[in-house]
Design a protein. Structure first.
Length: 104
C-alpha cells in the first residue's frame, strides 16, 4: 500500500521514510521543485527499497540534516537573528518610554 498525502493528516507525525510526494510536502514545495533540488544536490538522493528495489524513499532525518547544514541553514539563522533583533529593539524602546513616563 502506498501512503497518500491525504492519509498524512491522520498521522501523529511524519514517517521516517517518505515517498517523493511526502518529501516534497514535508519541505513545502511541489514535486517538480523537490526533484530539481534533489538533482541540484540540495536534498539527499532517494534510497531504493523493497524486494525489487522499485520503491524510492527519502529519509526524513537526512532531509532534516540537509536543512540544518545546507544552503538554507544560513538563511534560517539570518531570519531568526533578524526577528530576535527586531523584538529586542521593540522591547528596549518600550522600556525606554516607560522609564521616561515614570520619571515625570
Amino acid at each position: 500500500m502506498v501512503a497518500r498525502l491525504d492519509d498524512m493528516a491522520a498521522l501523529p507525525f511524519w514517517p521516517r521514510f517518505l515517498s517523493r510526494e511526502q518529501a516534497a510536502a514535508y519541505l513545502g514545495v511541489s514535486t517538480t521543485t523537490f526533484d530539481e533540488e534533489v538533482n541540484a544536490g540540495i536534498w539527499p538522493p532517494g534510497v531504493r527499497r523493497g524486494a525489487r528495489e522499485g520503491r524510492i524513499t527519502w529519509d526524513r532525518v537526512a532531509i532534516d540534516r540537509a536543512v540544518d547544514s545546507g544552503p538554507f541553514a544560513s538563511k534560517m539563522q539570518e531570519a531568526e537573528d533578524d526577528d530576535y533583533d527586531r523584538r529586542r529593539e521593540a522591547h528596549e524602546a518600550k522600556r525606554h518610554k516607560q522609564r521616561q513616563a515614570h520619571a515625570r
